[in-house]
Design a protein around this ligand. Structure first.
Ligand code: CO
Length: 498
């Protein structure tokens, strides 16, 4: 999820003005949608001290080679399983098209081998029993990731060592001891990371031109819930699935009735989150089928990695921004015979993360000239960068889908009964985590737009409308969640994909 520059009153006004032309034909009443856009979009990101409910420290858990191997094997099994399922589906479709009745799904020896490999790991295990190792992952996924880690220890992310004045941290026994106190919490967030990796691996086989975005989001969210073993606010989706297209950089997810279909020439940012005990993994990548966008996508991937490489304890936020911009703007992309410089989207940024708080107060700029505030030991950051062929500046536009309770809003008296009951639902289902209209639909809320508007007007809930650069341009994003451990920087959400 993107951090947008705070206090953007002008953007809200512009969005409201641009509204009528821009409304997608959703079920929403135009007046209600406009009202939502009129609500204060002022992102007063408070510096909240967020050491909320951390689990008590217990024995330190170490990731063994065995655990890593188990994780790799589980991923491989899942991949084989997906490949096999896809082949079967393709073969079945082909057979159907030929109307010959010949299934032809037996395929070659390779298919058989894949099937054997997929089944092999599990042997004759039954997944009906809670005990014992599970069989291969199903398609769609239904077996929680933790069942593949019977030790309860989840794989470490990518480790990057601190440099210069902080190089001593790598081998400090004292700091290592301090780290052990947090090992349960870190293991929890690693579990969320593993879920994120497996959800995206599953979705990468599914996301194709022609898919309806609302179906894609549904599938991704179902997979996320199943793999994390969702349970109320204890474990589940951390925020709505962003699938912003082209000049829309962030905060778009379909509302009900939105029939947008992904096309071969779209550039889509898939931004989704997983949380366990409020520990959020916020991680995103860019999907583009047409290879003409490769230079744009690569520029942003490199820029995000430059930001990650620069981040560290005592590093000034402005220095991360400068490093990102340096890399991003060393790239260009040619589209339709015209060369575009790739610009950083200067009013989008990364952000610190705290328990149940996606934007915890510190912004990580992606251009130079930002704040000199320093990153600190123990902090989580979402390092995310956005590149654009447009102006490199976003404003709010289109119908709003994303909302979130204001983390610092205390008790606010509400007169409207519908607002009060909606707030009760929000408190129960999402707490201070971000949600979207589809999530309200799914928990049985109907005709909630007026109540939602009242909550926004009262400042209890903030709307987060889509953030858009100029029409006709393309934007890309990559994002990872990192932890500044005492002895090293851990890129929690790193996978073999990005
Ligand atoms: Co984010």
């Amino acid at each position: 999820m993107a951090g947008a520059e705070a206090a953007n009153g002008t953007a809200a006004a512009a969005a409201a003005a641009a509204k009528p032309a821009a409304e997608p034909a959703a079920a929403a009443v135009a007046a209600e949608a406009k009202a939502a856009a009129d609500a204060p979009a002022d992102a007063a990101t408070p510096a909240a001290d967020a050491d909320a409910p951390a689990p008590p420290p217990t024995a330190a858990a170490e990731v063994t080679e065995e655990d890593k191997a188990a994780a790799a094997a589980a991923r491989k099994r899942a991949k084989n399983q997906r490949k096999k399922a896809n082949k079967k589906a393709n073969a079945a479709a082909a057979a159907e098209a030929a109307a010959s009745g010949e299934p032809g799904a037996a395929g070659g020896g390779r298919d058989g081998a894949a099937a054997a490999a997929a089944a092999g790991g599990g042997g004759k295990k039954k997944k009906s029993k809670k005990k014992g190792p599970p069989g291969p992952q199903t398609d769609p996924p239904t077996i929680p990731v933790h069942r593949y880690f019977p030790s309860g220890v989840f794989p470490e992310g990518e480790i990057q060592h601190y440099r210069d004045d902080n190089a001593y941290r790598t081998s400090s026994a004292e700091l290592r001891e301090r780290e052990r106190l947090e090992s349960d919490m870190v293991n929890t967030v690693r579990q969320a990371s593993e879920v994120h990796r497996q959800v995206r691996a599953y979705m990468k086989d599914y996301i194709k031109p022609g898919v309806k975005l609302i179906d894609m989001c549904q599938r991704l969210e179902d997979a996320n819930r199943a793999l994390v073993d969702a349970k109320g606010l204890e474990a589940g989706i951390a925020f709505p699935t962003g699938c912003s297209l082209n000049h829309v950089a962030a905060h778009y997810t379909p509302n009900s009735g939105d029939d947008t279909v992904l096309s071969y020439d779209d550039v889509m940012k898939v931004d989704f989150g997983t949380q366990i005990n409020g520990r959020i993994i916020d991680c995103a990548w860019t999907v583009a089928f047409n290879p003409r966008y490769d230079p744009l996508v690569e520029a942003v991937r490199e820029a995000t990695n430059a930001g990650i490489a620069t981040a560290g304890i005592d590093v000034r936020l402005c220095d991360v921004g400068e490093a990102v911009q340096e890399v991003m703007e060393s790239h260009e992309v040619e589209l339709d015979g015209k060369t575009f410089p790739i610009k950083c989207v200067r009013n989008l940024n990364g952000h610190s993360i705290a328990p149940y708080q996606i934007h915890a107060g510190k912004s990580v700029p992606i251009v130079k000239g930002g704040e000199a505030t320093k990153m600190e030991e123990g902090e989580f950051f979402a390092i995310e960068t956005f590149g654009s062929t447009g102006k490199g500046y976003v404003r709010e536009d289109y119908e709003c889908s994303h909302y979130m309770k204001n983390f610092d809003a205390g008790h606010v008296p509400l007169r409207l009964p519908r607002a009060r009951s909606l707030l009760a639902t929000i408190d129960r289902e999402f707490g201070t985590l971000a949600f979207c209209r589809r999530f309200l639909d799914r928990v049985g809320e109907t005709k909630y737009l007026m109540g939602l508007k009242a909550l926004c007007d009262a400042g209890v809930v903030d709307p987060y409308p889509p953030l858009c650069d100029t029409r006709g341009c393309y934007t890309a994003q990559f994002e990872h969640t990192i932890l500044l451990r005492p002895t090293c920087k851990e890129v929690l959400s790193r996978g073999d994909d990005y």
